[in-house]
Design a binder for this molecule. Structure first.
Ligand SMILES: *Cc1c(COP(=O)(O)O)cnc(C)c1O
Ligand code: SF4
Length: 342
């Protein structure tokens, strides 16, 4: 029948137009009740999770949830995304803008704190909402270069020849569609003094489907030397699909680095961090930074103090080759670089 054909053709065309990663993104779990049910966890956790999620919403892709252990409320992957009552506590010394980003805006959406590198906040969207994120309290609405409003940011980059490297950040810059990312990269290509393109993204870990032909084509086309800094905190995050995504990126000539955050109850042990480094290297990624937690309001329960962190680093240096030891750093407002610790 004619009408059936008409129904079938658009459906196929649609699945070709909407990349698989965007469909996965749309299917992410956002309801705390569903997450608890999925993982067979105690429903008694729900009321607090709902209150905390009202402040900073829950969001986690199903593929990441599949890497969690069922029935374990302390699962290191779950802890990174599950809203907890502890987030509502006010802790002295934990602020809304701990790294001074609001003061560092050079142009709308541009943070220019360090020599030769400028960071572009291109979106506020992320595939997952990490509970410890320093941007959980960040007023994105006033500060990211919104939908196709990159002109002032691009003009700023073009006007300062000391900038050699542009860092796409957010949010997660790989939340942008290929069309928008492609338009941005094409504009950056035109700025003659830029040499390197760095992308800070958790998508290859959280949503490995994002690493598809569309993205690989964009990275192959740019004149700039591409560096991708992923963000994994625990070795179990590096699932088979993640390894495949990273292999494709490495095969496309992208330099792959990882940054982690030192998190209580997630990776606050030399054993876990050593395994993370080994697992990353096997997936062609070198460890870059291990960040001390930025003291953002609502994340104090993740804090590992400097003394403990230094003790962990000492063991790591004994166990690993130097190139697999991440640099332990803290971000301090007003400093010309990340501050090395221990
Ligand atoms: C962390 C950061 C960078 C990059 O610092 P590197 O030490 O080069 O990794 C650049 N700009 C801003 C604003 C940053 O916060
Ligand atoms: S992916 Fe990065 S920016 Fe987004 S919530 Fe997690 S830590 Fe924050």
């Amino acid at each position: 029948m004619e009408s059936q054909k008409l129904i079938m053709i658009p459906a196929k065309a649609l699945s070709r137009q909407v990349p698989r990663w965007q469909r996965e993104l749309a299917r992410a779990i956002t309801d705390p009740g569903e997450l608890l049910r999925e993982l067979e966890l105690d429903p008694a956790l729900l009321p607090a999770a709902r209150v905390a999620a009202a402040r900073f919403s829950l969001r986690v892709p199903r593929g990441f949830v599949a890497r969690m252990a069922k029935g374990d409320p302390g699962d290191p992957l779950l802890r990174q995304v599950l809203p907890l009552g502890a987030e509502l506590e006010t802790t002295p010394g934990f602020a809304a803008d701990p790294v001074g980003d609001r003061a560092a805006q050079a142009a709308p959406g541009v943070l220019h704190k360090y020599h030769g590198r400028a960071l572009l906040i291109v979106t506020s969207a992320c595939a997952a909402h990490c509970r410890y994120c320093f941007r959980r309290e960040y007023p994105y609405a006033d500060s990211h270069a919104g939908m196709d409003e990159w002109q002032p940011a691009l003009a700023y980059l073009a006007g300062d020849p000391s900038i050699r490297e542009v860092i796409l950040s957010g949010g997660d810059p790989l939340s942008l569609s290929d069309r928008r990312l492609g338009a941005l990269l094409a504009a950056l290509d035109q700025i003659p003094h830029l040499e390197r393109l760095r992308i800070h993204s958790r998508q290859p870990i959280m949503l490995p489907e994002r690493v598809d032909h569309g993205l690989l084509d964009l990275l192959a086309r740019t004149r700039l030397r591409p560096v991708l800094v992923v963000h994994a905190n625990h070795p179990r995050e590096i699932a088979t699909a993640v390894r495949a995504a990273l292999a494709q990126l490495a095969g496309a000539g992208v330099t792959l680095l990882n940054q982690s955050v030192l998190l209580r109850g997630v990776n606050d042990s030399a054993t876990v961090l050593a395994e993370l480094s080994e697992t990353l290297f096997a997936a062609r990624v070198l460890p870059y930074y291990l960040h001390l937690l930025d003291p953002v309001q609502g994340a104090a329960h993740f804090d590992v103090n400097e003394t403990e962190a230094s003790a962990i680093m000492k063991i790591l240096r004994q166990r690993l080759p130097g190139y697999l030891v991440p640099r332990l750093v803290r971000e301090q407002p007003g400093q010309p670089a990340k501050t090395p610790v221990g």
